[in-house]
Write a protein that binds this ligand. Sequence first.
Ligand SMILES: C[S@@+](CC[C@H](N)C(=O)[O-])C[C@H]1O[C@@H](n2cnc3c(N)ncnc32)[C@H](O)[C@@H]1O
Length: 286
Amino acid sequence: MKDRIADSQVPPEAATSAEDNERYGFSRFASHPFFGEVNRWLVERVASLGHRFVDLACGPGAVTELLLQRLMDRGRGLIYAVDPSLSELDRARRRVASGLVEFIQGSAENLSRLVPQVDVVVFCNAIHLIKDKLQVLSEIRKVLRSGGTLAFNTTFFKGCYPPGTERFYRYWILRAAQYLRERGVSVLRAEKSESLEWVTPEEYGALVSAAGFVEPTWRLHEVTLSPESLEDIGQFSLFVRGALPRVPLEIGADALAQAVRVAMRDAGIQGGVPRFWLQFIARTQA
Ligand SMILES: C[S@@+](CC[C@H](N)C(=O)[O-])C[C@H]1O[C@@H](n2cnc3c(N)ncnc32)[C@H](O)[C@@H]1O
């Protein structure tokens, strides 16, 4: 297994302690079964379309592991697993120990300087974090061979709320803000522009076409988020920063965790909160 540190842009997260990285990483949310299901759905549609893969924004390696299982079934292949976060790469490295995976520290914005040409780029649960999506999609196109495939998914897009569920999120933030105010912590209104960049599936279609991809196809994949999974996503540092801008991570995560079940009751939702994942596939010209 080889590792490279190829990007000088180390995220602020890299400066926090290993203990914090463990608590505020993505692994807890990623361990819920529905999360494996949505990623497996996408991976299964593209895993047979080549031998050389990029797992872009690999995080703790859940998708890398799914891809690797498919490659091992065939006995060959190579995955470049790319992420800017050293702690997430570290977790991925511990989870996926194989000579078929090369871990690379770096950002999607610089992808063409990080990896050679590949057959497939898989980009799960991260495109909403990208400010300049057209630039990153163009970088992805540069590293794909002709007739190559891009597959991405996200649950942070315009249209992710099945009817009647959006109010849960409003109550969630309201209840978390109330918890913080009671403890003397002031809360700013979350502006999407400073946290997550949400667009519609049709806008993603226009962006991938503008970046030179063809045959874009997408579908909505409905899952039910259990209260436990919502509590876990409420511990993920990038989620806390997006939902409660400029609130210290520890108390922000506490506020989100304790507010989940109260907000479900406020919204009249029992059991779990339905939500759509956007599954998107496009190709480069053959
Ligand atoms: C929610 S996790 C997704 C991890 C994995 N793809 C999965 O689905 O399990 C998002 C990941 O995106 C990474 N990330 C954030 N900004 C990025 C960027 N500009 N380029 C590449 N990765 C980025 C984060 O470090 C984090 O590991």
